[in-house]
Design a protein around this ligand. Structure first.
Ligand SMILES: [Zn+2]
Length: 207
């Protein structure tokens, strides 16, 4: 098969897991995939203590660091809209979510942005990994989060609305990148406010 990133032909390594189909086939060659740096970092969000968002998030895990390879991947995936690239992290995501218990909730895009970007990048990563999820949130704020400071983001009016019923259960927020943590904290607070028992977050990248 051909590597999704460099296009070169490569030979996926056969394993018993693949034979029995519970293991996802890799879609990139080793040379390309090894350029991503796995971090598996538990993120310290103690900077939210003493704010309105204290206690909203129970844990955050980021799987990869933001390096050159990741930067060019994101550019290709998000801005050049190469939907096939959702496969690159399918195996890692599948393995990460397999051991988790909870309802997976992707961080949504604003509907206007979805039109611009043509597909929901966050959802597609989960789809490619075969992870079931529920859309419980709608993005309501239109302003560009990227241009705001952390303080401005935290003080901004709610970024989301809850669009379906939330039960006293565990929820797992999923987003592509954790930067200031404002997005995750806004979303988690909303879920907790309407009854979620525990909210953890997993992001592909630590920004
Ligand atoms: Zn390659």
């Amino acid at each position: 098969m051909n590597c999704l990133i460099c296009g070169d032909a490569f030979q996926p390594v056969p394993t018993w897991g693949k034979l029995f189909l519970y293991e996802k086939e890799s879609s990139t060659c080793n040379r390309c995939f090894s350029k991503f740096t796995k971090s598996d970092t538990t993120i310290d969000f103690s900077d939210f203590q003493g704010t309105h968002y204290e206690g909203a998030v129970d844990a955050v895990t980021a799987l990869y660091s933001y390096n050159e390879a990741m930067k060019s991947y994101l550019h290709q995936y998000k801005f050049l809209q190469d939907v096939a690239l959702a496969q690159v992290f399918a195996k890692t995501l599948h393995e990460t979510f397999e051991g988790k218990e909870g309802i997976v909730v992707p961080i949504p895009m604003h509907p206007e942005k979805l039109v611009q970007r043509t597909f929901a990048q966050v959802d597609e990563l989960l789809n490619s990994a075969g992870i079931p999820f529920q859309h419980l949130l709608t993005k309501t704020a239109t302003s560009e989060q990227g241009k705001k400071t952390r303080k401005e983001r935290l003080e901004a009016s709610p970024l989301f609305e809850v669009r379906a019923s939330v039960e006293a259960k565990n929820y797992i927020l999923y987003d592509d990148i954790y930067t200031t943590g404002a997005t995750i904290h806004h979303a988690a607070k909303l879920l907790k406010d309407v009854g979620a028992t525990r909210v953890e977050a997993i992001t592909l990248i630590k920004g």
